[in-house]
Design a protein around this ligand. Structure first.
Ligand code: NOJ
Length: 482
């Protein structure tokens, strides 16, 4: 297999709990995901990224790990995992797994056994705030406090302790030995905290707003790079990749995570955060391509994931979402899809509060549950799904869409097929206000975010919606060839 596969791969994010249910208990699992691999091969993805399926009390959807070397019984067994990897590889699909090194669950034996030097315990808290709202410190019975940058059930690990480092190097090997092709590193910017844990200087609930903008004493500290320099030789030994989930203040800071002695890729969240507007898309694309040049590695693109409202809802319509998707899939670099986006699923905004599980919901009123609703494969694919599936999705189940050549699903499939033909540098062409037009080799890409129809050139290969007498209507994108 080609070592550079990740440079322009389409990676499909599987959120195991919601993807596919193999045993009918209402919770998605690894056998369910395995059964859907032929669908993913048919769709044309190059790799899957599995969100955590490890032993966990699921206080943060599995990003609270209680055993880094086992599968939670709700998701299956290690044997199920091995079968999934085997089948994926047979279908030519690579497998990336999540690794969650910044924090464990408070139900991890390390925490329960009271290994305080594996965590960050202090006699007094500082002013740091949890990303999920409220103080980042919780007091234990003897009066000490422990740090948790996320939920109190997710104590931060102490990466100054060499035993923690050695343990994670071993965890990497555990999964590499089982055949994984890479890791998505959760909170990759978080493991090292500023010396002496200095106050951030504000504790008015707004530290979170500085995420990705200013520097905080608990994120993006220089010391974190040493960890990746220790990991890289291990990844190289197995030909595996590392993808950073890092929220940092500038492309230059993000670039530091990538390179021949650190990680292969980092998520580029600016694209996901951009408004549906030609100027913002163009600015993000230019900035991201410049950043890619800086590190000699292509950037990543993502529009939806398990932490953000689905892009159909963010942009206000399926037409806009499909146009943005066609734009994303035409860009140089790799693209990450989130399970269900190929069906055109929207955000489920009206979940009853008592069913919401996101720990951030109680603290901030904001919840990520609406993008984690189980995937509607067929009208009766789920019995008692862990979150209710909206009735409106019954019209867009995967089986119905597979059979309909004009469905969103077949649109994604065609885009992934044609994407292989797109290569070469992106060159902008002159276009009316509100229209993006670029070339890659002999291919043209148009995105119309203006209020009028716009002319196009070339032979049409794929459009995100109907044309109007040969012109591209608003909120529509198109690929053509000379
Ligand atoms: C980022 C993950 O994507 C998110 O779901 C999780 O809550 C936090 N990291 C904490 O692990």
């Amino acid at each position: 297999m080609n070592d550079d596969w990740w440079r322009n791969a389409v990676v499909y994010q599987v959120y195991p709990r919601s993807f596919a249910d193999g045993n009918g208990d209402g919770v998605g699992d690894l056998p369910g995901a395995r059964e859907r691999l032929p669908y993913l091969a048919w769709l044309g993805v190059d790799a899957i990224w599995l969100s955590p399926f490890y032993t966990s009390p699921l206080h943060d959807g599995g990003y609270d790990v209680a055993d880094y070397r086992d599968v939670d019984p709700r998701f299956g067994t290690l044997h199920d995992f091995d079968l999934l990897v085997r089948d994926a590889h047979e279908l030519g699909i690579r497998v990336i797994v999540d690794i969650v090194p910044n924090h464990s669950s408070n139900e991890h034996p390390w925490f329960k056994e009271g290994r305080r030097d594996w965590y960050i315990f202090r006699d007094r808290p500082n002013d740091w705030e949890s990303v999920f709202g409220g103080p980042a410190w919780t007091q234990v019975e003897d009066g000490q406090w422990y740090l948790h940058l996320f939920d109190p059930t997710q104590p931060d690990l102490n990466w100054e302790n060499p035993a923690v480092r050695a343990e994670f190097r071993d965890i990497l090997r555990f999964w590499l030995d089982r055949g994984v092709d890479g890791f998505r590193i959760d909170v990759a910017h978080g493991m090292i905290k500023a010396d002496g844990l200095p106050d951030a200087g504000t504790n008015d609930g707004r530290q979170i707003e500085m995420l990705g903008r200013g520097r905080l004493p608990y994120f993006d500290q220089d010391g974190v790079h040493q960890i990746y320099r220790e990991w890289r030789p291990i990844l190289d030994e197995y030909g595996a990749i590392g993808v950073a989930e890092a929220w940092v203040e500038s492309p230059q800071r993000l670039a530091r995570y990538i390179g021949p002695d650190e990680l292969h890729q980092a998520f580029n969240f600016d694209f996901l955060l951009a408004d549906f507007d030609a100027k913002s898309f163009r600015a993000v694309i230019d900035k991201s391509l410049a950043e890619a040049d800086l590190v000699g590695a292509p950037t990543t693109w993502v529009l939806s994931n398990h932490d953000k409202h689905r892009h159909v809802t963010r942009y206000g319509s399926l037409a806009r979402a499909k146009a943005a998707t066609l734009l994303m899939l035409a860009l140089p670099g790799s693209a990450y899809l989130y399970n269900g986006e190929e069906l055109g699923l929207d955000e489920v905004l009206d979940l009853p509060d008592e069913l919401r599980e996101d720990p951030a919901f109680k603290r901030t009123g904001e919840s990520r549950d609406g993008c984690r609703v189980p995937i509607p494969w067929t009208e009766d694919a789920w019995t008692r799904p862990w979150l209710p599936i909206p009735a409106r999705w019954m019209a867009i189940t995967a089986d119905k869409q597979e059979a309909d050549p004009d469905s969103t699903l077949n649109f994604y499939r065609e885009a992934l097929r044609l994407r292989h033909e797109l290569s070469g540098l992106l060159v902008w062409c002159e276009a009316p206000d509100g229209v993006l037009h670029f070339r890659r080799g002999r291919h043209h890409v148009f995105v119309n975010i203006s209020e009028q129809d716009t002319p196009i050139t070339g032979k049409v290969l794929l459009a995100s919606g109907p044309l109007n007498a040969g012109a591209l209507p608003p909120d529509t994108a198109l690929w053509s060839a000379e």
